[in-house]
Design a protein around this ligand. Sequence first.
Ligand code: 1CP
Length: 353
Amino acid sequence: MGEQGARKAVGERRFLAPFRGEVLDVPPIWLMRQAGRYLPEYRATRAEAGDFLKLCYTPKLAAEVTLQPIRRYGFDAAILFSDILVVPDALGQSVRFAEGEGPRLEPIRSVDELARLSLAGTEAKFALVAETVARLRQDLPQETALIGFCGAPWTVATYMVQGQGSVDQAEARLWAYRDPKGFQALIDVLVAASIDYLDRQVQAGADCLMIFDTWAGSLPDDEFDRWVVAPTRAIRETLRERHPDVPVIGFPRGAGATAVWYVSETGVDGIGCDTATPPFVMSEAFEEEDVVVQGNLDPLLLVAGGARLDERVDEILDLMDGKRFIFNLGHGIVPQTPPENVAQLVARVRGRG
Ligand code: 1CP
């Protein structure tokens, strides 16, 4: 395909239309964690790979699991299959995914321990992820957008410092309070690595980027500004210089009404709203901002299914009617989700045409 043909095809990706200022009758739809354990074909590929990180670093297999939900449901966007913890792993902190237990990392809790990380060492692993992106751009239908992503520095740091997932992110918060200068050094490494990681994904063919800040809601005002807003702004600004046309969606989960401040201060082009975001915030609070709103169906409603699922989908569509909106969940699909409920959801959203 000639360059003009390729550009035309990009223009037809309806997922990108809201970022160009268009309001669609039927919003684009994709779902966080749309590739994953609720799909039998994912479980088969996952078993073939054996290790979770091996799945992330094997372009053929990572591309395959990215494509699986597109084949089933024809979502408007695919999201690169990888994980936010690929960045600490590539930096040299050992990361492993224990079966049924979630991630385990050798914790980093002081400036001295930052010596274990190396920005220069990320090259080989980031190149494998970029190869997955390039493969996907070849294999995806032309009309399907491809979303690249990383974890936000704050959220990635919570895992690096704690050594695993936690309910309160206590170790990272304590380090940030006791030694903000030292903690800043960790955040600075993550900002640099994230910029490089996202830049490579765009160069390999990603149409849009998303920054997952799953634990943004665990920080109060000034800390939120310093550890959530400032690093995200730094990433956003550098990427805008390098790739002015590639939109970035922020997902400051748990930020509540502060998400409006987050949008204006970081300059993100899209805002992912979590399940608890009140309807008036979704439909009105961002009106002064030049931003596309994405969200926010409860993932457990997708497990429950039935008439309540349809009702809630209609409520969200009515609420966001006439706005630049992307339909999504308020957090990732959970493993016990019946795949047929996802089909029901997609049909309900598209039935509005
Ligand atoms: O065994 C398995 O198959 C592991 C399950 C799994 C999957 C499917 C993990 C481990 N990561 C992923 C993929 C993943 N993770 C994607 C792929 C694309 C898609 O959405 O389809 C993405 C975007 C992520 C992002 C991610 N990983 C986040 C941010 C978003 C969110 O869900 O809040 C976080 C916090 C992680 C860390 C992580 N990776 C995996 C698990 C179980 C966790 C959470 C650990 C914890 O907090 O306890």
